[in-house]
Design a protein around this ligand. Structure first.
Ligand code: ARG
Ligand code: ZN
Length: 873
């Protein structure tokens, strides 16, 4: 069954207060709810009282009472997905008792157990697995939660402030929490366990003191410091940049090993995937440190963009997610290197979101329909949604954007609203017109910009002609032109940007609004080289016929570091596509000299930020190359990429060696931007050095691994040895590494992922063996993502083995996973949904694997939606 945005109707009833009591037990948790219900004055119904719908899934109903009187069976009907209740008054107290079995809950939605700890995940529709309730975000209620548990669960947490605690007559513990802020059920949370915590304080801008607590299993208590620091930075940043102050007396974070996503912003009680919060220098890589900082910030920022102002319905998901991703990206940019953060985000967007936009599940930032909302927590809603907010920021400027966000928060505090409300606030605060811009919310697909230019020496006029076009996507054809902000500069022969007007401005945002539009620049004294879409000012594919020389010039001179990097990427893309063609034609592959020259210059440029140098030296990934357009030819992509990588490694070996040695100095680990930058360049050099296969180079990696002073360097050295060293030695290093780290869940996840994603070592046989390893757990999403996801999503070479064995394997795992955890099954199947893009034989094999999934029996709604849409003609 499909749900449509156009069918939205306001709720018939509201719930002003929600009082919950949990009596915890693994197989028989008793949940009592007491709801103060009243007719919604704004419901567009008649004056007769309609039936009350309560969502409920996998619940055992024990009793229902209205105003203290038990309801006879004829007053309600149990239906699939919930309960329909006859109502005879416009306000009443509804009491419901249900029984649930957290131990049997492997979907990790609702209330479940993770390593003996009770925890919840309610977004989007998990609360209905806890009790019968109008489980929709436009029903906002003040929650009071009482938890009763045996004495071996000393920590009992829920949203808001603790208002009571004690011991029952039979020696059990009981705690009551009250959250004064009305919230939808998806923000409810409960945690119970034998946990320890670290504590800190934050004094807000108005002088209120907030207690900060981070809870983990005792063994992880030493891994909390970085997240705590990140939290304090986030709180300060949101005050300074958005004027947003925290609103409760306490803010808690809990780390949980079994979690479907990264983390969850439950009011006052954020719950995190352990991998996204726990870190120590010995066990976490730089990438993990930065991911943690970003996710802690993201969840914290939701307190305003998501909780204080929430979504009216799930079609509006990007209202909170797109905005909050934009907020966390800007935070990370302020804390670290802005250019590198932008490059990383754009790489994800171009690799995975563009693919989604061009695939069978393509949808607008605000979808029009869905079968299962969990399938719409996508790169489009999150990352493209953030790009859409970024474009508003670009169009209105920083001050205008801040005026808009101030108005948005003030006007809608305590409400459940829509993307439209957000745009209107932005318009109203600035007297701006975003009418055409709104199409970004409703049109799917990645727009393509074709740019041409002419220069007239006589008149000193330079003209840019920009055409836009958005390809059709499932259910959407003939798209209208968008309002696209295109930031540009014009570079002169000397490499510096030419003034665009008498004020001396050198960078300008062009507002592209028509299908074809011309921009004229006067007083341009020489033919310029355009630097287009600076900072990636819009989520589009931009085409301009740059020559090799022009790209080399931009790599050297562009003052926008993003475009400097992007010029190198374009050069590599072009070289790699010619090589793919040559491979297909059976002609001999020739090294692209100009690319190597460009990289050589970058490598020797010691004035550039080393992190930027590392990014510029990295070739586009195989996955990114599939986004070039045209049929995907996996063997050709692999052959071309390996050829260039090996060529670069051999040709530039002395330079790589020199920079590696210079950067390979011993100093205490610190995850600061500058140290991270140096390690990233050092390890990029190490990887190229090992790619030569030289004994001596592999020995450098062995020495680095043996030094063992931080996980970034150890994991990079191990990865290089696994990928480029002899298999028997790689195995020995892996075994030793495992023996050293087997007690540490996060390191074991890294260890799994490093093997399954290795294009040389991570064969299907080895991946199957990893699944038999004692540390592998099919019920744990992190392990599944590391081993199965690492193979299917990050190991292009082995997954696309010509015999199709990779596809068949993934189909088999998806079928098994769907029985336990539908959300994870529906995600990990993604590579199979892209079958249409591949060359004939691969395409048939992938499609066949997908059909095996379809025909395997009854599928969850999550998996059914993805599979059926991917096979639809
Ligand atoms: N709101 C969470 C976040 O982005 C993600 C929760 C996703 N849950 C889900 N079932 N898809 O921070
Ligand atoms: Zn979020």
């Amino acid at each position: 069954r499909t749900i449509y945005l156009k069918d939205y109707r306001a709720p018939e009833y509201l719930v002003d207060r929600t009082e919950l009591t949990f009596d915890l037990d693994p197989y028989a948790t008793l949940v009592k709810s007491r709801l103060s219900v009243r007719r919604n004055p704004d419901a567009n119904g008649t004056d007769t009282l309609p039936a009350l719908w309560l969502d409920g899934v996998d619940l055992e109903l024990l009793s229902i009472a209205i105003d203290g009187e038990l309801l006879p069976a004829h007053r309600y009907t149990e239906k699939p997905g919930g309960l329909l209740l006859n109502v005879d008054k416009s306000a009443f107290v509804l009491e419901v008792q249900t029984r649930i079995a957290p131990e049997a809950n492997t979907s990790l939605e609702g209330l479940y157990l993770s390593n003996g700890m009770y925890c919840t995940q309610c977004e989007a529709e998990g609360f209905r697995k806890i009790t019968f309730y109008p489980d929709r975000p436009d029903v906002m209620s003040v929650f009071t939660t009482t938890i009763v548990a045996p004495a071996n669960y000393p920590v009992l947490l829920s949203n808001g402030n603790k208002i009571d605690s004690g011991t029952t007559a039979d020696g059990r513990l009981t705690v009551t929490w009250e959250d004064p802020f009305a919230k939808p059920s998806y923000l409810f949370a409960l945690v119970a366990g034998d946990l320890q915590f670290v504590e800190d304080r934050f004094v807000t801008c108005s002088g209120r003191e907030v207690t900060l607590q981070l809870y983990t299993e005792p063994k992880n208590i030493g891994k909390c410091e970085h997240a705590m620091t990140s939290l304090k930075h986030s709180m300060k940043w949101d005050e300074e940049v958005y004027g947003r102050e925290y609103d409760l007396d306490i803010f808690m974070i809990v780390a949980v090993d079994h979690f479907n996503m990264g983390a969850m912003e439950n009011k006052g009680l954020n719950i995190f995937n352990s991998a996204c919060v726990l870190a120590s220098p010995e066990t976490a890589t730089d990438a993990a440190f930065q991911r943690i900082e970003a996710i802690v910030a993201h969840e914290y920022f939701h307190n305003w963009s998501g909780n204080r102002v929430t979504c009216r319905d799930w079609f509006q998901l990007s209202l909170k997610e797109g905005f909050t991703v934009f907020r966390d990206a800007e935070f990370s940019a302020d804390m670290n290197s802005r250019a590198v953060k932008r490059i990383e985000d754009v790489t994800v967007l171009r690799t995975a979101q563009f693919a989604e936009d061009a695939g069978p599940m393509a949808h607008p930032v605000r979808p029009d329909s869905y079968m299962e909302i969990s399938n719409f927590y996508t790169l489009t809603v999150y990352e493209k949604g953030a790009e859409v907010v970024r474009m508003i920021h670009t169009i209105l400027g920083a001050d205008g954007f801040r005026r808009g966000s101030d108005l948005y928060f003030e006007r809608h505090d305590g409400q459940a609203v829509t993307c439209e409300d957000f745009i209107v606030a932005m318009e109203d605060a600035n007297g701006a017109d975003l009418q055409q811009f709104r199409r970004w919310y409703s049109q799917a697909g990645t727009p393509v910009l074709d740019v041409e230019d002419t220069y007239d020496m006589e008149t000193q006029e330079y003209r840019l002609t920009i055409r836009q076009h958005t390809p059709d996507s499932p259910g959407q054809v003939d798209k209208l032109p968008l309002h696209i902000p295109v930031s540009i500069a014009l570079l002169g022969r000397s490499g510096s940007a030419l003034p665009l007007d008498s004020s001396g401005e050198v960078e300008r945002v062009l507002h592209v609004t028509e299908t074809c539009q011309e921009f004229v620049f006067g007083n341009i004294p020489e033919r310029p080289l355009p630097s287009l879409l600076r900072g990636f000012s819009a989520p589009v594919k931009l085409r301009y016929g740059y020559s090799v020389e022009q790209l080399l010039f931009l790599m050297r001179h562009d003052s926008d570091p993003f475009n400097q990097w992007d010029a190198g990427q374009r050069l590599a893309f072009d070289a790699l596509s010619s090589l793919q063609q040559a491979y297909r034609n059976g002609t001999e592959l020739e090294l692209p000299e100009s690319l190597i020259d460009g990289l050589s210059a970058v490598l020797e440029n010691t004035r550039l930020d080393p992190a930027l140098v590392a990014k510029m030296l990295a070739l586009p990934s195989a996955q990114e190359l599939t986004e070039q357009g045209g049929e995907i030819d996996a063997p050709a992509i692999i052959a071309a990429r390996n050829f260039v990588r090996d060529g670069v490694a051999k040709t530039l070996k002395p330079q790589f060696r020199a920079r590696y040695e210079a950067l390979n100095v011993q100093k205490p680990y610190c995850p600061t931007a500058s140290d991270i930058a140096e390690r990233s360049l050092k390890n990029t050099c190490l990887s190229y050095l090992c790619a030569t296969g030289d004994q001596e180079m592999l020995a450098l990696a062995e020495a680095q691994l043996a030094r063992d002073d931080n996980m970034t360097d150890s994991a990079a050295a191990l990865a290089a040895l696994v990928e480029f060293g002899p298999a028997d030695k790689a195995q020995a290093h892996l075994d030793a590494f495992y023996r050293q780290w087997q007690q540490d869940t996060q390191v074991v996840e890294t260890w799994f992922g490093l093997q399954s994603s290795s294009p040389t070592f991570g064969t299907l046989d080895r991946v199957r063996a990893l699944m038999q390893h004692s540390a592998f757990e099919f019920k744990n999403p992190n392990k599944v993502r590391a081993v199965i996801g690492g193979f299917a999503m990050r190991n292009f070479a082995q997954f696309h083995a010509p015999d199709g064995s990779g596809y068949a394997f993934l189909a088999e795992q998806v079928i098994a996973l769907d029985k336990l955890n539908p959300q994870i099954a529906a995600r990990i199947v993604t590579p199979l949904t892209r079958w249409r893009k591949y060359r004939a034989e691969q395409s048939t094999q992938i499609q066949a694997a997908l059909k095996t999934v379809r025909d395997s029996g009854e599928l969850s709604r999550d998996l059914y939606e993805v599979v059926s849409k991917s096979l639809a003609d």
